[in-house]
Write a protein that binds this ligand. Structure first.
Ligand SMILES: NC(=O)C1=CN([C@@H]2O[C@H](COP(=O)(O)OP(=O)(O)OC[C@H]3O[C@@H](n4cnc5c(N)ncnc54)[C@H](OP(=O)(O)O)[C@@H]3O)[C@@H](O)[C@H]2O)C=CC1
Ligand SMILES: O=CC(=O)O
Length: 299
């Protein structure tokens, strides 16, 4: 067994302490896991070390120390770099488990899986649905695929990180499921933004619109959570817009591969690209709302 029965004895490596990785690693520590962290900007480890984590100088050092390492990195290029570069995951992966929870495309995940297996390691992709708050509260939805035995052994950690885990079969299926979900989410966010602007410009109260939506068939947690801040033009990042645009791009590529026509997602992607060009990429993805507003020519 790669993992031991008692979480208190499990030594987990964690690579990537951004918005999600920070919340997830803190959650694991709170639940009695021993955690060794690494982040490209090493100073970001300090806060987690103050809570009881150890630090590894490189991804390789973390994997060498831990039977089981989780990664939560920004995009395909980051996920590949941490595995394949010098001092990367591959150097000590023989006999170890690697769980990549970043949102990437199936091709990236497969490349990582093949390299890890070739070195005698075990691989699971496990992207998550749910943002900063669900990560803090251990309420993520985990979309795992790959090595089934590793999935089963990782369940004590997944039980802490999420409210539900799915095992979806072969590597790539977790990535694809995550991209489909985020393609829908990004398209919905654009429809929501346009609706708020349309209500405002046509003389309706946007606050009343939120109340009506909340009671209507289209009611959902995202509108409820993001709507009030959007009315205040407040976009403190929970899910950075640049990552949502990456997910739209990867979902559209999946559509290309499968000859699926996706005009709604393509239009949503254009709006996220526009928002990035306006310098909004590091704000929450709800900042795409700014692109639906008419230009102000008064000054
Ligand atoms: N935020 C959210 O609501 C959700 C995000 N996700 C997905 O989770 C992943 C992480 O998201 P989030 O935490 O929000 O992102 P952040 O931008 O907050 O963090 C990104 C992390 O990736 C690291 N990183 C970036 N490039 C590299 C590189 N080349 N080499 C090594 N490390 C790198 C960053 O390190 P450094 O600190 O040095 O920059 C940082 O630790 C993404 O794939 C995202 O799509 C999934 C569900 C929800
Ligand atoms: O990937 C983002 C999310 O909220 O899920």
């Amino acid at each position: 067994m790669l993992f031991e029965e008692e979480s208190i004895k499990m030594e987990i490596g964690f690579l990537g302490l951004g918005i999600m990785g920070k919340a997830m690693s803190i959650n694991l520590l709170r639940h009695g896991f021993k955690v060794t962290v690494w982040n490209r900007t090493l100073s970001k480890c300090d806060e987690i070390v103050a809570l009881g984590a150890s630090v590894g100088e490189t991804p390789a050092a973390v994997v060498k120390k831990c039977k089981y390492t989780i990664a939560m990195l920004s995009d395909p290029s980051a996920a590949l770099s941490v595995v394949f570069d010098k001092d990367g995951v591959l150097e000590h992966i023989n006999g170890k488990g690697y769980v990549d929870m970043s949102t990437v495309d199936a091709n990236t995940s497969s490349k990582i899986s093949e390299a890890i297996k070739a070195k005698g390691g075990y691989f699971l992709e496990a992207p998550v649905s749910g943002s900063k708050k669900p990560a803090e509260d251990g309420q993520l939805v985990i979309l795992a695929a790959g090595e089934k035995a590793l999935y089963e052994e990782a369940l004590p950690a997944f039980d802490v990180l999420g409210k539900k885990s799915f095992f979806l079969g072969e590597v790539g299926n977790g990535a694809k499921m995550k991209l489909v979900v985020n393609m829908i989410m990004g398209s919905m966010m654009n429809a929501f933004s346009e609706g708020i602007t349309l209500a405002e410009r046509s003389g309706l109260s946007p606050g009343t619109l939120l109340d009506v939506l909340d009671l209507a068939a289209v009611s959902n947690a995202m509108f409820k959570m993001k709507g009030p801040a959007m009315l205040q033009n407040s976009y403190s990042p929970a899910f950075p817009l640049k990552h949502q645009q990456k997910d739209m791009r990867l979902a559209l590529a999946l559509g290309d591969e499968n000859a699926v026509s996706m005009p709604v997602a393509a239009a949503a992607n254009e709006a996220f690209k526009k928002a990035r060009s306006l310098g909004l990429g590091d704000l929450d993805f709800s900042a795409v709302h700014e692109t639906s507003k008419p230009l102000d020519h008064s000054s």
